[in-house]
Ligand binder design. Structure first.
Ligand code: AMP
Length: 358
């Protein structure tokens, strides 16, 4: 057990690290942020900040010497340099990063555990793509295996002829082609697992994306989602158990039509707290951020049940954050602004949560 007063290291300096650090502070911990970007909104609310590249072994060693436990808020932290972390615990472990960083290994891993991703094929060149389209069919989506997020690194393929429009340079990196899922709704399973292997789930939010970016999460989800949550939870729990995972794990799913016996379709996992769980700050008895801190520090987990009848979380993307005066004029809105300097299009600047009370 790591008692309050100790220091938690966080790899990554964005809004997830910021909200983790705020939850940690509530429990009496200090946080130390490690991130390559000098303007870290997580460091703004933390006790210490190391600004260094991911492969700076000396900086990582100094950082870990200050921390009782280290976690991450960003799943694309390069794994190889983490060997320099020394004796501090890394939770969740590097094995979760390894699986989640590569869409191909993620889908293969989940399939072996009985999950159902969209039909997929590895693509390393144009001939592979033609073969993948011939086997899986079109429409489909070609995705980079690594470093994609918020719909970036994705190309829609409406028909086999679309492959001719792709630049040859695209094939310089490993890709994966997946069949397009005709889904009824999207949802996520957010769980927290402690060192002893106990698992708690939050209510599954129904998620609406706009242009590949999460726009709104709603709990409770509608019937189309609710009927597939049980199977999705079983897969998410199997993933967490197999990885001997400690902390919050998120798995995103597509709810398929009631007539489809194979649903839900697994989309992807994030070995961390997740945007679709931000509603838990006010909408659940214990938030995803607090329970992640409790899990990695070996404290008892808090209750994950709803604290109201439901909740709706809207992301504030780009200029939408400038509407904060209007948002605050409704006294029931919970406004969260992340303190980012520039409101670029597509950038997550904050979110608003409204509780459903009756
Ligand atoms: P991802 O970054 O893979 O989660 O993709 C972002 C969003 O694109 C998802 O939340 C879906 O709305 C959509 N999407 C991704 N993959 C598929 C697919 N195979 N079929 C249908 N929609 C998809």
């Amino acid at each position: 057990m790591i008692p309050p007063g100790e220091t938690i290291g966080i790899l990554g300096g964005g809004q997830l690290g910021r909200m983790l650090a705020m939850a940690a502070a509530q429990l009496g911990y200090r946080c130390h942020i490690f991130a390559p970007e000098p303007d870290s909104i997580a460091a703004d609310v933390s006790a210490a900040f190391t600004c260094a590249e991911w492969d700076d072994a000396a900086a990582l060693a100094r950082f870990s010497a200050d921390c009782a436990v280290i976690t991450y808020e960003f799943e694309n932290v390069p794994v190889a340099p983490l060997g320099a972390l020394g004796d501090a615990l890394l939770l969740p472990g590097a094995n979760a990063l390894e699986v989640a960083q590569d869409r191909l290994s993620e889908k293969t891993f989940v399939t072996a555990l009985g999950g159902t991703p969209a039909p997929f094929a590895a693509v390393d060149n144009r001939a592979d793509l033609d073969a993948a389209i011939a086997r899986i069919g079109a429409p489909g989506i070609l995705k980079t295996r690594r470093d994609g997020y918020d719909g970036k690194g994705q190309w829609r393929i409406k028909s086999a002829a679309d492959a001719d429009t792709l630049p040859e340079s695209l094939f310089a990196r490993p890709l994966v082609y997946e069949g397009f899922v005709d889904f009824d709704a999207e949802f996520s399973v957010i769980l927290c697992r402690n060192v002893a292997g106990d698992v708690r789930f939050w209510d599954s939010p129904e998620n609406r994306h706009d242009g590949g970016i999460l726009a709104r999460s709603t709990v409770p989800a509608g019937r189309k989602v609710a009927r597939q949550v049980g199977k999705a939870r079983a897969i998410a729990r199997a993933i967490a158990d197999k990885l001997d995972y400690v902390g919050v794990l998120t798995c995103e799913f597509f709810a398929t039509r009631a007539s489809d016996p194979h649903g839900p379709v697994f989309n992807e996992m994030a070995p961390r707290v997740h945007n679709s769980g931000h509603w838990t700050i006010e909408g659940a008895i214990t938030s995803q951020f607090e329970n992640h801190v409790r899990a990695i520090c070996g404290l008892p987990l808090g209750d994950t049940r709803l604290a109201a009848k439901g909740a709706v979380m809207d992301n504030l993307i780009g200029d939408a954050a400038h509407d904060w005066p209007a948002i605050l004029s409704d006294p029931s809105n919970h406004l969260h602004l992340y303190g980012k300097a520039a409101a670029r299009p597509g950038r997550k600047m904050g979110h608003v949560t409204r509780l459903i009370l009756e």
